[in-house]
Design a protein around this ligand. Structure first.
Ligand SMILES: [Zn+2]
Length: 467
């Protein structure tokens, strides 16, 4: 290559910023169709980034264009635990009219980098690549990890990971398997201490389809008709208004404790009977608070009718359902029936897909390493274990009993409400301070984790010598 490689210059933060800009500009938009995504562009960019580092990497491409890249640094001790940094490279589509800037230009304005993927999660994927390269080349201090360090840049997270971690788990587990995993997302400060959010688990999913049966007729005479579109609309309204049971999970209780709230609001938000009284006091956090304490049902795709003058006899409503820990298939069905009431006479529930909620323990050496990394930026900070309300690739690992955390460190200008609003939203962006905080924390955490077993062994030896 003629141009000097990106990684040859600049601090970890600078490298991450420049790599993030390139990844945003590749516009790897996953619209849910197999031929979208184009993650091979991200793989090319990352291969260029790793050029000259001595790291080769393996590329898989289960469908044309849907490529993932996996890079491995072998540890010095084959018995030491391995760590995988798993970053997806696809992004969700944009509605350009809602953006103040070109979502795929990667502009930096007043210390803020704009673009689709800036927080979900090209920022982390770029930081993982930079940390991996720096460790391989010794550019940020010589260090050989005791266990293997794996960097996986994976496709298709935004549509269920069929061409990414899902495929790799089934077909090439050898490439991405590890004893511990870091992935999206985390790092938003909560409260004044502050507490720094770490995703230790996530809700499960149980999408369903409602099939509505009415009776076709002429559009000119609606009175007395059984219009499936009207029944579907009523079903959507009832689902949206329904209040299912409020469950105060341990994670939500801890989160409410960490926020700077008055005592009464906090008491309401941790009491299933008074929860909705507290909700209006939460500002931009209300949606997260609600989703953290409820099995939620979002009607997302509604279809009815084919001709303007024909009353539709059939309609369908797709439901995005996210379940709390412990919720069963039967609970999901019961919740839908309860919300729809007598409408159920004209509606059938289809589908039985069910993915349980997952959570990782926090008494692990990796969680400790994350804590020490965060305290370099925020000396009095505590980690706040959170339950994610969406899905990430972490679930593929947690289901196999492997601890997976969503980790990052954001600057003080962030709160979780803002973070969630920009996730998949308009004007997605990140400040350069947060990029620097995150990549430096990751670099520290990886080194602390991979040195830890050695340190523990040394402490043990010393204790023995003292006896
Ligand atoms: Zn994501």
């Amino acid at each position: 290559m003629s141009a000097p490689s990106l990684a040859a210059r600049g601090s970890l933060a600078q490298q991450t910023t420049e790599l993030l800009q390139e990844l945003i500009r590749n516009a790897a938009v996953n619209d849910g169709t197999p031929d979208s995504g184009h993650e091979y562009l991200q793989v090319r960019t990352l291969q260029r980034f790793f050029a000259g580092s001595g790291l080769e990497g393996v590329t898989v491409e289960p469908h044309p264009g849907r490529a993932s890249l996996i890079v491995r640094i072998e540890g010095t001790d084959p018995t030491a635990p391995s760590l995988a940094l798993v970053g997806h490279t696809d992004v969700v589509p944009v509605e350009p009219a809602g953006w103040s800037r070109d979502p795929f230009a990667g502009d930096i304005v007043d210390g803020v980098l704009w673009g689709r993927g800036a927080i979900d999660m090209l920022n982390l994927t770029a930081a993982y690549a930079v940390v991996t390269r720096a460790i391989a080349t010794g550019s940020a201090g010589r260090f050989r990890p005791r266990g293997d360090l794996i960097f996986a840049a994976v496709a298709d997270e935004e549509n269920g990971s069929r061409f990414g971690v899902g495929w790799l788990t089934e077909n090439r587990l050898d490439l991405i398997d590890a004893d511990y995993v870091l992935t999206e997302s985390g790092g938003a400060p909560a409260g004044s201490r502050p507490s720094i959010g770490v995703m230790v688990g996530e809700k499960g999913g149980a999408g369903r389809l409602l099939r509505v049966t009415g009776a076709p007729g002429h559009g000119s005479a609606p009175w007395g008709s059984r219009n499936a579109a009207v029944i579907a609309a009523e079903a959507v309204t009832r689902l949206a208004r329904h209040r299912g049971p409020t469950v105060i999970t341990p994670q939500w209780r801890a989160y409410a404790q960490a926020l700077d709230l008055d005592a009464d609001t906090r008491a309401a938000l941790t009491d299933p009977d008074r929860f909705y009284d507290g909700l209006p006091h939460l500002g931009g956090l209300d949606g997260f608070a609600h989703a953290s304490t409820h099995t939620t049902i979002s009607p997302t795709i509604v279809r009815a009718g084919e001709k303007a003058n024909v009353i539709p006899g059939a309609a369908t409503v797709q439901l995005d359902i996210r379940i709390l820990p412990g919720v069963t298939r039967e609970d999901v069905e019961g919740l839908i029936r309860e919300a729809l009431g007598d409408l159920m006479e004209q509606i059938e529930i289809e589908g039985d897909w069910f993915g349980e909620s997952t959570a990782s323990p926090i008494d692990t050496p990796l969680f400790d390493a994350l804590g020490s990394a965060v305290r370099r930026a925020y000396p009095s900070a505590e980690l706040l274990p959170m339950l994610g309300v969406g899905g990430t690739d972490g679930r593929f690992y947690r289901r196999r009993g492997i601890p997976a955390y969503g980790f990052g460190v954001l600057s003080e200008r962030w709160d979780y409400g803002t973070f969630r609003r920009l996730f998949h939203g308009n004007d997605e962006r990140i400040d350069l301070d947060s990029i620097a905080l995150t990549v430096n924390a990751l670099d520290h955490a990886v080194r602390a984790f991979h040195a830890d077993t050695g340190a523990a062994a040394r402490v043990g030896a010393r204790a023995e010598a003292a006896v």
